[in-house]
Structures are given as structure tokens and as C-alpha cells.
Design a protein around this ligand. Structure first.
Ligand code: ADP
Ligand code: MG
Length: 289
């Protein structure tokens, strides 16, 4: 509980001290910081996204490093979810949505016509804002992906994948005796960890999380945040969050979006203590958004 009460204190001391230098010229949204990495797991170049006539993402270039947690923050409607969905082609499921630009996973174009999107979404998994377990048993929620991808040859192997995934999602101890009960009967926080187990079960390389804690209470949120910290040893994680405290707690780098543009990306500590752009500064100091 202590941790919960002092959640806001997790923002770096300097962020509250506000050692911030304003930059007067915000006319051309120059990306600053360190957007491009030497050896990225994923890399996006000049990404533009349209919903019909609406230009929702404007020329965004951003790299995501292996085994890093990168947080994406910014005011509601700035395009965080849209950009995240570009990374595993979830926008393909929205008929009016068009994605332009180049996005690579391990140096390969994920928008290539020969790219199998089911396979892509196993490699780049996703966890949504509202926990969405299938209307199936806890066991089947986790076994579903491995089954369609043929990852287990028999029941023993499947049991192993299910147990390992639930353990890694820090849910095993709570559900090991009720695996045949519906996933939808779990608490919200447990359901979200079940969804994380489901994503992990197909051995993804990247996990995209879109405000995964916004429907959860502070205790369930703290558990997910702890989990993210463990998962980053094995997976690359891109997390959208509306909570700057959460971004500060879980991420190594933070990207700030504003009206469809990537304004600034850099080390999380730097973004919160010494933002290079006035728009970022306004947002983190609560003057905007
Ligand atoms: N399915 C959609 N159809 C039309 N416009 C959309 C759709 N999804 C998002 N948008 C628009 O794209 C912009 C970015 O939205 P979104 O990516 O959801 O922002 P965020 O996640 O930062 O709140 C908003 O103006 C939103 O209205
Ligand atoms: Mg969103």
C-alpha cells in the first residue's frame, strides 16, 4: 500500500523540481533526443496514417530497441493508439485506415505483401486497454495461440506452455487449481494478466500495450507494472500510457506525441527532467492535456 500512496513520488525528484528550459520556437515540431538507435528491434520511418481524410499520424520516425520498455505519452487523440497499432498491422482491421511509410521488424518490412499478419501478430503481440479474455476457460485462453501456431505436439507440451506463460504473467499461483473456469470470471487485474499470458504463450518478441492499466485499480496496476519490469528481460515492450508516473516508473525511453506528430523521444529521465521541446514541457508540467 505504501507504494500505492507514494505512486506519484515515483516521478524523478528532478521532474518535480522542474529543471526545465523552455524552447521558444515550436513552429516546426523537430524531433529531438535520440529517436534512432544503432540496432533497433523495430524501426518506423516516415509513417503517415489516415482515417479517410483525417491525417492522424504525420511523418513519424521512431526506433524501438531490443529489450527496452518505451513509453508513448501525449494528450488524448494525439495518435498513440494509432501508431502502436501500426507496429503489428492492427490498423489493417479498420477499413478506412491507410498506413504509409516503412516499418521494419529485425530489418524486414512488416507491410510487405507476403507478410503473414497472423504470424506478425504472434511476433508482435498486443495487450489492450480493457482486458478481453476469450469466453473460454483460463487454460484455453492461453492454449489458443500455441494451438493455432502448432507450438505444442501433445497435451504435455501444451500443459507446459500454459503453465510457463501463466507463471511469467505472475498469475499461475492464483489460477492453477481453476484452469477450467472461465477467464472472464477473474478479477480485472487477473484478466489483464491472463491476456498478458495469452500474448506470451506464442513467444512474441515485442509486446504492445495500449493503456493496459487504465481499467485497473492501483493494486492491480502495481502488479502489472512489476510484471512489465520482469518481462523486459525477455521481451521488447512498447506501452501507451496516459499516466506520466507510470511512464516514469516502467520505461527506459519515452516518446511524446502531439496532434499526430512525434515531438520528442529520449531517455525517460531526460524527457521528464529536461525536455527539449516546449510542447513536451507544457504537457509534463500539466499546462496542457
Ligand atoms: N477508427 C477510427 N476512425 C476514425 N478516426 C479515428 C479512428 N481511431 C482514431 N481516430 C482518430 O485518430 C486520431 C488519433 O486517435 P488515437 O490514435 O486513438 O489517439 P490516442 O490513442 O492518442 O488517444 C484522433 O483524432 C481520432 O479521432
Ligand atoms: Mg488511445
Amino acid at each position: 500500500m505504501n507504494q500505492m500512496k507514494t505512486a506519484d513520488a515515483a516521478v524523478p525528484e528532478e521532474a518535480r523540481g522542474l529543471d526545465i528550459h523552455a524552447h521558444a520556437d515550436v513552429s516546426n515540431y523537430e524531433t529531438t533526443g535520440d529517436p534512432l538507435l544503432d540496432n533497433p528491434k523495430m524501426s518506423a520511418r516516415n509513417v503517415n496514417v489516415y482515417y479517410g481524410e483525417k491525417h492522424a499520424i504525420m511523418d513519424v520516425s521512431l526506433d524501438i530497441g531490443g529489450n527496452e520498455v518505451i513509453a508513448m505519452i501525449g494528450p488524448s487523440g494525439c495518435g498513440k493508439s494509432t501508431f502502436l497499432r501500426c507496429l503489428n498491422r492492427m490498423n489493417d482491421t479498420i477499413p478506412i485506415c491507410r498506413v504509409k511509410g516503412d516499418i521494419q521488424l529485425d530489418g524486414e518490412d512488416i507491410y510487405h505483401s507476403r507478410q503473414d499478419t497472423v504470424l506478425l501478430r504472434a511476433r508482435v503481440g498486443m495487450v489492450f486497454q480493457k482486458p478481453n479474455p476469450f469466453p473460454k476457460s483460463i487454460y484455453e485462453n492461453v492454449a489458443y495461440g500455441p494451438r493455432i501456431h502448432g507450438l505444442a505436439h501433445n497435451k504435455i507440451e501444451m500443459d507446459e506452455i500454459v503453465e510457463n506463460s501463466l507463471r511469467r504473467a505472475s498469475l499461475w499461483e492464483e489460477v492453477k487449481d481453476v484452469l477450467d473456469k472461465p477467464g472472464t470470471g477473474l478479477s480485472g487485474g487477473q484478466q489483464q494478466r491472463l491476456c498478458i499470458a495469452r500474448a506470451i504463450a506464442v513467444s512474441p518478441e515485442v509486446i504492445l500495450m495500449d493503456e493496459p492499466c487504465s481499467a485497473l485499480d492501483p493494486i492491480a496496476t502495481a502488479r502489472i507494472e512489476e510484471l512489465i519490469d520482469e518481462l523486459k528481460e525477455r521481451f521488447t515492450i512498447a506501452i501507451v500510457t496516459h499516466s506520466m508516473q507510470q511512464a516514469a516508473r516502467v520505461s527506459q525511453r519515452t516518446a511524446y506525441f502531439h496532434l499526430g506528430k512525434l515531438i520528442e523521444v529520449g531517455q525517460t529521465k531526460q524527457i521528464f527532467t529536461n525536455p527539449q521541446h516546449e510542447l513536451t514541457e507544457n504537457y509534463i508540467t500539466g499546462r496542457f492535456g
